[in-house]
Design a protein. Structure first.
Length: 239
């Protein structure tokens, strides 16, 4: 079993500080975030985002690239990503000019105890697919469902549990939940919603945990039965 701790849409708030620090040393756990951790954006934000440093110090492994983290200027985007060892994931953001695309990571894999966890990131589309703006910026946003399916198919035989960190929004996550081609756990953000109970469709599970880390979601996942299930969950109130 794996204990997953999840926050989203922190927008620079650090209320998780102290609670999450060193938690990965005490149990089979994984700390993840759903994006929009920074408060401003990559154009007008500070030269270094303290929230990313605090998340790294608190043991976060990966986060979805939110619209706050995305930047049309690839130099600034790369600088922000390189600030932290946290995996900043986006499967639907494509560098069509293939410049230094090694810093755009669609998924990551983490071994926790006896389980191998595959984590895929999704970003809210900032402009429509294949318009002139993509040719100007050198970036393109492909359909989030197609991107998710692509990487689920790529890793599903190689991992025990697939988690999709989605900064796509609640309605988009519901569509993904109802149409996923494999059992997945969707941990979503962008809409600042809280799902009081897990939403379950076709052996897949979805949670949203609201914003600002007022609540931290803890969900215990179990793959020992041969199919994905959750053993338990709770929302930990910090505010």
């Amino acid at each position: 079993m794996v204990s997953v701790y999840f926050t989203s849409d922190l927008h620079g708030r650090m209320s998780f500080r102290g609670y999450l620090k060193n938690i990965t040393d005490r149990e089979n756990s994984l700390i993840l975030d759903g994006g929009d951790a920074i408060n401003g954006n990559n154009y007008f934000g500070p030269s270094r985002e303290k929230i990313l440093d605090e998340m790294e110090n608190s043991g976060y492994f990966a986060m979805a690239m939110g619209n706050r983290e995305f930047c049309y200027n690839r130099i600034l985007l790369k600088k922000r990503i390189k600030q932290t060892s946290i995996k900043i994931l986006s499967a639907n953001l494509v560098d069509i000019k293939k410049r230094d695309e090694d810093y755009l990571i669609p998924f990551a894999v983490k071994n926790i105890g006896k389980s191998k966890i595959g984590i895929i990131g999704l970003t809210a589309n900032q402009f429509s697919h294949n318009i002139i703006f993509s040719k100007i910026t050198g970036f393109d946003f492909i359909d989030y469902k197609k991107a998710s399916d692509k990487y689920i198919n790529l890793i599903k035989e190689k991992v025990d549990i697939i988690i999709v960190l989605s900064h796509s929004g609640f309605n988009e996550d519901m569509y993904l939940l109802e149409n996923s081609n494999a059992p997945i756990v969707i941990l979503g953000g962008h809409s600042h919603k809280i799902t009081p109970e897990p939403l379950i469709r076709n052996n897949s599970i979805m949670f949203h945990a609201g914003a600002y880390a007022n609540k931290i979601l803890k969900v215990i996942l179990d793959d020992s039965s041969g199919k994905l299930s959750y053993f338990g969950y709770e929302f930990i109130n910090l505010i």
